[in-house]
Design a binder for this molecule. Structure first.
Ligand code: ZN
Length: 486
């Protein structure tokens, strides 16, 4: 192993559905994440970072492969021709560790490729295999859960037992190991206390060089934060009935006149309280990192996409591609080094994450990567401005889909001044002038046919490239099959 590589470590923290503009740093009126704000005082901060996919699967495919989601065989499951960052790191002898609890990022969809340790819920394992893999204790609990119909019972308790929510959070915090016992057969997900615990125990026993990726799902809907975090922002907590109404009734309403500004504000408050809850554990983790990793460690904090709060008459993060979903926070900290430049306004995309990590480890960046290293920006150098950023996913009827057989293309091309959106399902094109209309409300595609044509050409070239690569992959597969038959 190369000597320069020996002592280096990278920690990538990704937060599901964290909107940049719900952090004080990006101008929000609530201090949702005080620990994060404190930690990033030594960070290089990026004001204009955009995801290449508006939802988890397409975004993460771009993060880990540095290739746009539609190219090289799509993104779900992650095709074998897309080499992941972790495969490259592992080849260079770097220990790779992952913990996450998003079903879209599991082993089932090939996200474990290149990881030495990969902790996911295994929730996509077929039921039969799952039962076989349970140990005696887990099998016993599984039968008990079924016998008592725990899910239904819990729901009833939520309504009837005062303090149930509090107990749940208390248990999560005090006994994170409960998660290990319950995960294989319940919808319980790895949460911030559990993940923080696991990260710290990994960091306690590991040696450099390592790459750690941890993904937090706490902010993701349904929003059900502990009372204390709600009370940080308003005098009274929401009752469980109110929470249930807001997160499972209002949240699913799209283009519905019954949605009121108050409902939107209440949902935002619950979401912000979830950020505040996660921040407590990030604070614990940052303290640990600051004490134990004073140098030779690169920390990257970002999100896979944002969240809609009815700006375009929808909630959540499926079936739309506006900047509420595309703009994400990005903070990079080189432990022990003062950043040359603290605030970067250059346009960055999540395709840049993998090349940046390789560059930090002094590993050559493959030519097929579409992103570029942004380390030079940290060191006070400048990079050529990007012409545009492509973001894309498959969707149908406002729902996330995994591939072109299930769904239609939804794509945006964003330059400094313009944003072009193409919705294949509705055969719809939109164009916004971001300087005059940053909220993307006024579609001017008809007024500017030449501009529209420009973007259409970029779009079609991109689609043709995706198609050509798909065809190439099919031919290679066919040749392999013929060879096998012989
Ligand atoms: Zn996500």
């Amino acid at each position: 192993m190369d000597n320069t590589l020996k002592n280096k470590n990278v920690i990538l923290l990704t937060i599901d559905a964290l909107r940049a503009d719900h952090l004080k740093f990006y101008g929000y009126n609530r201090n949702t994440a005080p620990n994060l704000e404190k930690f990033i005082k030594n960070a290089t901060t990026f004001f204009n970072c955009y995801t290449n996919g508006p939802e988890t699967p397409s975004s993460f495919s771009a993060i880990f492969t540095s290739i746009l989601p539609f190219l090289e065989g799509g993104y779900t499951p992650l095709p074998s021709q897309k080499i992941t960052l972790t495969q490259l790191l592992k080849e260079h002898g770097i220990y790779t560790y992952a913990i996450h609890s998003n079903p879209n990022l599991g082993r089932f969809f090939n996200y474990d490729r290149g990881f030495d340790t990969f902790l996911d819920g295994e929730r996509y394992k077929p039921k039969k295999d799952m039962q076989m893999s349970l140990n005696f204790k887990q099998k016993f609990s599984s039968h008990l859960v079924k016998f008592l119909d725990i899910k239904q019972l819990s729901k009833k308790l939520l309504y009837n037992l005062k303090g149930f929510n509090k107990i749940k959070f208390w248990l999560r915090d005090k006994i994170p190991a409960l998660t290990d016992l319950l995960l294989p057969f319940s919808s319980i997900a790895y949460n911030a206390p559990y993940i923080t615990d696991k990260i710290i125990s990994f960091l306690n026993q590991t040696k450099p060089p390592f790459f750690l990726w941890a993904h937090f799902m706490d902010i993701h809907s349904p929003y059900n934060p502990p009372s204390k975090n709600v009370l940080n922002f308003r005098k009274e907590d929401f009752s469980l009935k109110q929470r249930e109404f807001l997160t499972s009734k209002v949240y699913i309403m799209h283009h519905n006149p019954k949605v009121t500004p108050k409902m939107i504000d209440d949902l935002k408050l619950l979401y912000d309280s979830e950020i505040n809850y996660l921040d407590e554990y990030l604070g614990k983790l940052f303290k640990y990192i600051q004490f134990h990793f004073k140098k030779n460690c690169l920390i990257i904090i970002t999100a896979d996409h944002g969240e809609n709060f009815y700006e375009h008459s929808i909630f959540g993060h499926q079936g739309s591609i506006y900047d509420e979903l595309l703009r994400v926070p990005l903070f990079i900290i080189e432990m022990g080094k003062k950043p040359n430049k603290r605030q970067i306004h250059d346009t960055i995309q999540l395709l840049d994450i993998s090349p940046t990590i390789l560059d930090y480890f002094d590993i050559a960046i493959p030519e097929f990567f579409q992103g570029r290293t942004i380390l030079p920006l940290l060191h006070g150098e400048s990079l050529k401005e990007l012409d545009y950023i492509i973001s894309e996913c498959y969707q149908k009827n406002g729902q996330m889909k995994r591939n072109n057989e299930e769904g239609f293309k939804l794509l945006s091309i964003k330059s400094d001044l313009w944003k072009y959106i193409y919705d294949e399902e509705k055969n719809l094109e939109l164009l916004f002038n971001l300087r005059l209309d940053p909220k993307e409300k006024n579609n001017i595609i008809k007024e500017l046919p030449e501009k529209a044509l420009e973007f259409r050409m970029i779009r079609d070239t991109h689609f043709q490239r995706a198609l050509a690569l798909d065809e190439k992959a099919k031919i290679i597969k066919a040749i392999k099959t013929v060879k096998l038959d012989l």
